[in-house]
Write a protein that binds this ligand. Sequence first.
Ligand code: C2O
Ligand code: CU
Ligand code: CU
Length: 482
Amino acid sequence: MLNRRRLLALGAATGGAMLLPFTKSAPAGAKGDEPLRKDYLLGNRTARTVRPAIAPFTTQMPVSTVLQPAQSGGVDIYTIPIRAANAQILPGVQTPVLTYGGQFVGPTIRAKTGRRVKVIYQNRLDMPANVHLHGGHVPATSDGHPMDVIQPGQARVYDYPNTQQGATLWYHDHSHHMEAEHVYRGLHGMYVIEDDSEQSLRLPSGAYDVPILLRDAEFDANGALVFSDPANRTTILANGKVQPFFPVAARKYRIRLLNASNEHVFQLNLGGATMTKIASDGGLLPAPVQVTELALASAERVEVVIDFSRYAIGTKLVLSNGSDPVLRFDVVRQAADSSRVPAQLRALPALPAATVVRDVAMSFDLSGTDPVGMINGKAFDPNRVDFQIKRGSTEIWNIINAETFPLDHTFHLHLEQFRVLERNGGAPLPQDAGLKDTVLVPPGGSVKIQATFRDFLGKYMYHCHFLEHSSIGMMGQMEIIP
Ligand code: C2O
Ligand code: CU
Ligand code: CU
């Protein structure tokens, strides 16, 4: 069948992708299965595309605009159109993208614990879309359930209570079968929650608190984004630019890193220099940790403080993924610094005793023509509830990557942050520390997590956050019941 995706793939192969508007409505039955052919999953991954030849460190890294809210009755109100746009990702080239608010990395929302946010999203695409606040503790009606979409021409209010502690969250599309392509084409942005007790710690703030959205991409010869084999996404973007530089003062910075790639595990380093890790997905760690490497899988966040006062003016520090340069910090000026990194940050909440234990096994069914993603042997069915969970209960989930071939999965739980208790039956890894909502599970591996389902009722998702996997079925539905 020559569906929209196959058309797009043909267009990309002939360099004509830009002639085909990807905002065309998907024909009924179109599935997000184009990028994941069986041979790809089984490891036949010959990279097809060369990276765009761009002189490194010639573009300055932008920091996404912080949206200014309209305010009424103690609520911050934002309006964000979801629309197609052109973005300058490669120097001098206009790349067609999908955006929140016209920006390829959507605008940043800065929320405060205890203060409600309402976002009015207007869908100006010609296909359904929606918005999920990843890491958010929100009512089911505002969670962006895959079937709960905004139709073209319609608007929808999402209501975020912000009852959780400070954390680096992000927002992205979650529309059924389309989330992988939508996020890949740009429907991603950051949402930062700050709380008062965090502010009293005097961590670097204001202009010295910098969110950086990292993701991978593949471009064709015309500079259009190619949505195909994930292995070909060899170009890494930092806030939407290829190998940008970022001028910094010789002082401490709080850097919030998000891996917004559909499927990529980053191994970030500053060329051996130490960074002070202060937070993971769900907010601050109990105490800072000195690190030289940061493993960051798709959808994970990590916050570090980097002290550039250790370097002379003129020093250039490259943040790399393995040996691949991603971004360069250029120390360009002196600046006063009254910030600090206290020895104690925030204690983790107590772990109540768990009353339910479940297995959650992620795998592919490769027996048919197209691969099918599964959890516990079943592909996602929005009409089926997989787990019923009693409100107030604490559960232990044993997350298993059941593949017999080398393919990573990441596990993501909506609604609540969890703690990693064990990895492969032993101690967790450093990147498992703190409050987490997403965790990497390598093939054959297992991760034991614990979560408490505190208050909200209704249907929420859990899934592999390699979005090409979730969009073809590697997703389950839980219902929190009274
Ligand atoms: Cu980041 Cu269900 O998603
Ligand atoms: Cu989520
Ligand atoms: Cu997966």
